[in-house]
Design a protein around this ligand. Structure first.
Ligand SMILES: NC(=O)c1ccc[n+]([C@@H]2O[C@H](COP(=O)([O-])OP(=O)(O)OC[C@H]3O[C@@H](n4cnc5c(N)ncnc54)[C@H](O)[C@@H]3O)[C@@H](O)[C@H]2O)c1
Length: 259
């Protein structure tokens, strides 16, 4: 059994749209006592706040890649709503491409898909350790387990986010901190809206609705699950990877139509 959302202050980055918005709404449905929203989209956060009814909400405009800005935003949330019980590091960027992709795009992927989580964890984890209690929910992707053959910068940096979540899960349990890692394949959001029907994103399972995924993710977190995988095909391929790398390479080549 994991941590309860009911009675918790839940803070979500990338909260104005997509999966972040789904997590916020799911947290309120599950009985969160308050929610903190962090995003660069002020209008989107206003819309989300209006949807939430009476629950106390504090929205902060901040860029997840800016440690000082995030420290300030998280400080404002704590000053307004109290200690953060559950922090959802959800912001990420989808960069397609290959070895030849420009360094700037590789570094942007690294910065948002990994370092933004490291920087936020530096702020929230010490206070959780002191209280002996806390939850950290990291949004990686199915790409963090299986790579993403159409987007090396995305697949590689999302894999790093899974590795970070694993390290923190191992290390922080002794301080009463529960870490979960979200690894969805396709979820219908702005990030995936432009993708063609034959995109690899849809090859690992039917697309999910962001709210449905948010509810699933928090229910799995409450059950104490580490990996939150919603699509069976992703689970199967992840098991195969652990069992036999060579068989997994073959399966992934077939999936990616790589002759
Ligand atoms: N949609 C999918 O199919 C899918 C699948 C697997 C993983 N993910 C991951 O889920 C997370 C959310 O993706 P989404 O599909 O909901 O995207 P989205 O584009 O719908 O929403 C992203 C939100 O993050 C905010 N944002 C972007 N850059 C920011 C920054 N630097 N600082 C603060 N806020 C910022 C945007 O304003 C937006 O509100 C990402 O980490 C993504 O990689 C998405």
């Amino acid at each position: 059994m994991g941590m309860r959302i009911a009675g918790s202050l839940v803070v979500v980055t990338g909260a104005a749209n997509g999966i972040g918005r789904g997590l916020v709404r799911a947290a309120v449905t599950a009985g969160a006592r308050a929610v903190g929203l962090i995003d660069i989209d002020a209008g989107g956060m206003d819309e989300v706040s209006r949807e939430l009814g009476d629950v106390p909400v504090l929205s902060c405009v901040a860029d997840a890649s800016d440690e000082d800005g995030m420290r300030d935003a998280l400080g404002r949330v704590e000053a307004g709503l109290g200690p953060i019980d559950v922090f959802c590091a959800n912001v990420g960027v989808a960069v397609s491409g290959d070895l030849e992709t420009d360094d700037a795009l590789w570094l942007k992927s690294w910065d948002l898909n990994l370092m933004s989580i490291v920087r936020a964890a530096r702020v929230v984890v010490p206070a959780m350790r002191e209280r002996g209690r806390g939850g950290l929910i990291i949004t990686s992707s199915a790409a963090g387990l299986l790579g993403y053959l159409d987007g090396l910068p995305y697949g590689v940096t999302k894999t790093a986010a899974v590795a970070l979540a694993e390290h923190l899960r191992i290390r922080e349990a002794r301080h009463g901190i529960q870490v979960s890692c979200l690894c969805p394949a396709g979820v219908r959001t702005a990030m995936t809206a432009h993708l063609p029907e034959d995109s690899l994103v849809w090859a690992t399972g039917s697309p999910l609705d962001a709210e449905e995924f948010g509810r699933f993710a928090l229910a799995e977190f409450e059950r104490g699950e580490f990996l939150v995988v919603a699509q069976e095909k992703v689970r199967e391929l992840d098991r195969l990877r652990l069992r036999s790398r060579e068989e997994w390479f073959t399966a992934m080549r077939a999936l990616g139509r790589i002759a």
